[in-house]
Design a protein around this ligand. Sequence first.
Ligand code: SF4
Length: 232
Amino acid sequence: MVKFPYSFRRGQKEALKFIKGVGGNLCIDAPTGFGKTPVILSAFLNKIHPIIWAVRTGNEADRPVEELKAINEITDESFFGFSFRGKRDMCLAARERDIADTESVAYFCQKNRNKCQYYINLSNYRIKPFEPLLYSDIIQLSAEAEICPYYLQRELLQYADLVALSYNYIIHPGMSWVIKSIIPFRECYLVVDEAHNLRLIGNINSDYITLNTFKNAIKELEELGKEVSGRE
Ligand code: SF4
């Protein structure tokens, strides 16, 4: 456990004590603004068992990493962590070719990885994780060094005290091996952010589309149509 980095707000001290006292699974329900993220990080951060912080979408993965940066700064600790994102967000070669959807990027990488200059450059890159990295930090660092950001993340896993990623990397058998081949799940703490979203898990990567999804898509198309005809 690390020193709590801030003056305690109402309820935080009790929550921290409670979390530390529970030896197994627990569920925490607290209102927005309570400050759950620093409480949970303070309770679980250590140099032996990493924290896997699962969020509903990759876009939300930066939040605990931002908090980790603040904890390091305030407490003088040196924990390392980062947001882990999929190839669709990370592939520099696909960006250059305007390939944007998940399947196409995955296919592109599968066919081109061994001759991809970003991938080749990574094998000569000396990895020195020194401070927590947000998604944008990894992209910037990789673009400057001309290395593959996606496979850089895979290398960084072995150094991580915290990895923030989408639920997919925990529950999808075809994706979870990416993480657990380097961080065995039995050896880490799993934090599921906004866990009420787990009820939607059945919809993740399914080939099932609800009537509402269709209705919303039609609505968006109609709005787009109005916008386009307004410009003409
Ligand atoms: S190795 Fe990296 S940069 Fe190259 S195609 Fe694959 S994901 Fe993209």
